[in-house]
Design a binder for this molecule. Structure first.
Ligand SMILES: [Zn+2]
Length: 501
């Protein structure tokens, strides 16, 4: 029987209903889910998956859960996923706690964090509305603790017909909670490969290489959990680091905290918990090959969230640790400015001119959010926006110019846009309590904008080459140019896009 707080649920659903206009029955479907679904279905919900199941648009499903967080119906979590083992390396309530580098506690790989690929945003029912077992991971059976709580629910198994949790269960040699002072003894058959153990509660791990030479005698492998680490009285078990190449040919560092070689065969594990807190021990056997990069069901990435206008509107205070910043491999920036705004202020006076400029911001904001982008900031009469992909950015720019033409028919002094677009790598940071972006891609996008005159869009070669809709610029004149701009050493290849006369 679901443990639902009726008063809280009613109150929050009512707030959610009023938050914006929704598609028919969207709130009642969510209510049914909250009332009837099993605990796991309300844990780390994937809004893209939810959109597919309920036949909603992705954007509406994302909005639904963002507003649901705002009214405290759901809680939002940021996860760092490990692409090599499918585990949730870190799970945080806010992006401010994300680090630019991490080490996976499960497969020990070390990687840099990037908002594009393996940072996932998920939504869990609020404990004020309905308590689920996953709100209290410390009380979960250890199988659920490792295979449901810590393993990503969106990782796809490389083996057909077998879930990754089932595959991991098959590799398990020992699994159990060890209380302080408790000792686990297990006789295990260890084929050639790698014996790995992890204690996620204490962030400890060890590894042992089993060689192909067969061993007649069984050996005892003595291990102790001391000072948050596995230690062994056996002097041969010294810490070491394995560097192996993954399938992308990039060297990846896997750092096993203990390691030695042992002939394969039947051996006895003796693991003693000398810590003053409980250990969640999982011992498993894997082949000695580099772990492959796993596939995941489509999920809401950090980058997608940062280019969603609703997120900017509702969670302005979300911040990135300013001393590190977070890398975004590929993001598209759009800058606009107004042609002749000084003359406009001069001609009609500040209040009227400012009123028109505000209206023009609304028009731009509409074109940006309709094309899956988000406004980062306005600077004077200029707008800086981000997009997941260049096609959306160019589409938004064309729509802006078009809508400004319509807008101009209703006013005495015409306003004309100058637009620039560029894509590439950037660093997301927080400046003055607001999310912002830094790097040469941003600088170039701003410089490219300054090349444009009234009703012109300048896009860089990088943007132009990656447009995935060949009909997009059909009715436009496209003129290639080579330019040198301040602060950029290479000649820039750009395209001027204007409506055909
Ligand atoms: Zn991993």
């Amino acid at each position: 029987m679901a443990n639902v707080n009726e008063t809280a649920l009613d109150e929050k659903l009512e707030l959610l209903e009023k938050a914006r206009a929704w598609s028919p029955r969207i709130i009642s479907k969510l209510e049914t889910l909250i009332r009837t679904a099993d605990d796991f279905s309300l844990f780390r919900l994937n809004p893209l998956q939810y959109a597919v199941e309920k036949s909603l648009s992705e954007n509406e499903a994302i909005d639904l859960f963002l507003y649901a967080v705002k009214v405290a119906l759901f809680e939002m979590e940021w996860h760092v996923l490990c692409p090599h083992c499918g585990y949730v390396v870190e799970s945080l309530r806010s992006m401010s706690a994300l680090h630019s580098h991490y080490r996976c506690r499960f497969c020990t790989v070390e990687r840099d964090t990037s908002l594009d690929d393996y940072i996932q945003i998920s939504f869990t029912i609020s404990p004020q509305v309905r308590e689920i077992s996953f709100h209290h991971p410390e009380n979960l059976p250890i199988e659920d603790f490792y295979f449901k709580y810590h393993l990503s629910r969106d990782v796809l198994s490389p083996i057909p017909g077998v879930t990754l949790a089932q595959a991991f269960a098959h590799l398990t040699k020992y699994m159990g909670y060890l209380l302080p002072g408790e000792k686990a003894v297990a006789e295990v058959e260890l084929p050639p490969g790698l014996l790995r153990a992890t204690d996620v509660n204490n962030d400890a791990s060890f590894g042992l290489v089993l060689t192909p030479d067969e061993q007649a005698d069984s050996q005892v492998i003595p291990l102790q959990l001391v000072n948050g680490k596995f230690q062994s009285p056996d002097p041969e078990m010294q810490p070491r680091t394995l560097v192996i190449e993954d399938v992308t040919q990039q060297p990846r560092t896997f750092s096993l905290e203990l390691g030695r070689e042992l002939a394969n065969g039947n051996h006895t594990l003796q693991i003693e918990n000398l810590l003053n807190r409980r250990s969640a021990l999982w011992v498993f056997h894997v082949q000695n090959d580099p772990p492959p990069v796993m596939d995941f069901s489509p999920f809401l990435t950090g980058k997608k969230l940062l280019t969603t206008q609703t997120f900017h509107d509702l969670f302005r205070s979300e911040t990135v640790r300013s001393d590190e910043g977070l890398s975004v491999q590929d993001i598209t920036f759009l800058f606009t400015d107004l042609k002749g705004s000084t003359a406009l202020y001069d001609a009609i006076g500040d209040p009227k001119a400012y009123y028109l400029v505000r209206q023009h911001f609304d028009t731009l904001g509409h074109a940006i959010s309709q094309n899956n982008g988000a406004i980062v900031k306005t600077i004077g009469d200029a707008v800086m926006a981000t997009f997941m992909n260049p096609t959306d950015a160019v589409q938004a720019a064309l729509q802006m110019i078009q809508e400004m033409r319509t807008f101009n028919r209703s006013i005495s002094h015409s306003l004309h846009l100058k637009v620039g677009i560029h894509r590439g790598h950037s660093i997301a940071v927080t400046l003055n309590d607001r999310l912002d972006y830094f790097g040469q891609t941003v600088n170039i996008a701003a410089r490219v904008q300054s090349l444009a005159d009234a009703d012109e869009i300048y896009i860089t070669e990088e943007t132009f080459a990656s447009l995935n809709d060949s009909t997009l610029l059909e009715n436009y004149a496209i003129q290639p140019e080579q330019v040198v701009v301040k602060g950029v050493s290479d000649t820039l290849h750009v395209y001027k896009v204007t409506l055909r006369q």
